[in-house]
Design a binder for this molecule. Structure first.
Ligand code: GAR
Length: 189
């Protein structure tokens, strides 16, 4: 069993999917969920599944506390499922090539600081791309720049809007993210 931590900043739909899927997994044990925002829905799901949940505002002190917690809980992989804060170097050094992020577009385009939520989909549509998708990648010291592990694509319709695209992307994320993490921790990717 690989013990993972899931970090979130938003709604937490990917985290909820993972909590559900991994509760019967032979490969992955979710040992903790950290949220940088209040999230009652994820907190309740964690309670129901017996998973430790922490809500703390992200600052220099709490970054250290969370790193300490991950080390104490013998975490081997950290999964950023819609986590919007920059991971500090001290954290990356403690988990080299063991921190994974999901981005709602085909990196290296449409990434970087401030590129999250609807802004990403608006930028994709404004670029007149014929496709978008999701990128699952390792985390380094810069937003969305770590090595890409896997990408999954979806086509854009001529009348595509940021809202319709966001629904397509969310569906792709729920289809592929949790399974990609399983393949990754098993050493298949
Ligand atoms: C997801 O679409 C994820 O790709 C995105 O945040 C959303 C979180 O949704 N991440 C980024 O934009 C990172 N730059 P969720 O909270 O419902 O899982």
């Amino acid at each position: 069993m690989r013990r993972i931590a899931i970090f979130i900043s938003g709604e937490g739909s990917n985290a909820l999917k993972m909590l559900d899927e991994y509760s019967s997994s032979q490969t992955i044990d979710v040992a903790l969920v950290y949220s940088s925002k209040h999230n009652l829905k994820v907190q309740n799901a964690c309670k129901e599944k017996g998973v430790e949940f922490h809500f703390l505002t992200w600052n220099l002190k709490t970054q250290e506390d969370i790193l300490g917690l991950c080390i104490k809980k013998d975490i081997s992989w950290v999964v950023l499922a819609g986590f919007l804060k920059l991971i500090p170097e001290s954290f990356i050094d403690s988990f080299p090539n063991k921190i994974v992020n999901i981005h709602p577009a085909l990196l290296p385009k449409f990434g970087g600081k401030g590129m999250y939520g609807m802004r990403v989909h608006e930028a994709v549509i404004a670029s007149k791309s014929s496709e978008s998708g999701i990128s699952i990648h390792f985390v380094n010291g810069a937003y969305d720049e770590g090595q890409i592990i896997a990408q999954f694509k979806v086509g854009l319709e001529p009348n595509e809007t940021p809202e319709t695209l966001s629904l397509k992307i969310r569906t792709l994320e729920h289809m592929y993210f949790s399974e990609t993490v399983v393949q990754l921790v098993q050493g298949n990717l």
